[in-house]
Write a protein that binds this ligand. Structure first.
Ligand SMILES: CC(C)(COP(=O)(O)OP(=O)(O)OC[C@H]1O[C@@H](n2cnc3c(N)ncnc32)[C@H](O)[C@@H]1OP(=O)(O)O)[C@@H](O)C(=O)NCCC(=O)NCCS
Length: 181
């Protein structure tokens, strides 16, 4: 398959990453407000390494966590997209939808708008049967986005996320699912 380089919505351009994204990506990954629900904020090196893994994921799977550009607003607001988790859990293998935006762009519906386009792409273009998403119970913003795009919590699938930076113990996560529509 030769997937498109980008997806467009009314306000967003979801595109492959460029070198100019690394500095603003490091800034948002260093922001404790953005990283409140993760183990820790990221150093520049950790942020660059994550960007490399995102690029490698695109190369391997043909889809991934797209960089979010908002024309006339910013060339880089964060990412929205799909990934294949590398850890094992009762619900894996699976395709996950996820998002991370710099705080100055929160609360304007951007994550929901981009996520809807990504879901459409996953179901229509990629033919994926089901998409999941997960987060810690307290990440109400992210859970709200999951609900707004039609995902439903599967309480029976709550799980202890095994991948934690710095050797931290697994942490409880809630799982949401949506089947192809
Ligand atoms: C999660 C995130 C991407 C949402 O981005 P966003 O563009 O602000 O999302 P939207 O504007 O589309 O929707 C946010 C929804 O959360 C709601 N919300 C905001 N703060 C909330 C809170 N404290 N409690 C409950 N809901 C909240 C908003 O009101 C909105 O819902 P509404 O449209 O029904 O009013 C953004 O907050 C983010 O990047 N957070 C840090 C990274 C992160 O946690 N990523 C997810 C990891 S699983």
């Amino acid at each position: 398959m030769n997937p498109p380089r980008h997806l467009r919505t009314d306000r967003l351009w979801l595109r492959r990453w460029s070198a100019g994204d690394l500095a603003p990506f490091a800034a948002l990954n260093a922001d404790v407000r953005v990283m409140e629900h993760f183990a820790a904020a990221l150093s520049r090196e950790e942020s660059d390494s994550l960007a490399s893994r995102i690029e490698a994921h695109f190369e391997q799977h043909g889809f991934g966590l797209w960089a979010v550009e908002i024309p006339d607003v910013t060339t880089f607001a964060g990412f929205i997209g799909l990934s294949v988790p590398s850890f094992e859990a009762p619900f894996t293998p699976c395709v996950e939808i996820g998002w991370r935006l710099a705080c100055e762009y929160w609360g304007r519906g951007y994550a929901t708008e981009g996520a809807r386009a990504v879901l459409d792409f996953a179901f229509t273009e990629l033919g994926i049967d089901e998409v999941v998403s997960f987060t810690v119970p307290g990440n109400l913003r992210s859970r709200r986005v999951m609900e707004k795009i039609g995902m439903v919590r599967s309480s029976a699938d709550d799980f202890d996320h095994p991948v934690r930076s710095g050797g931290q113990p697994p942490r409880r996560h809630v799982l949401y699912r949506i089947a192809r529509y």
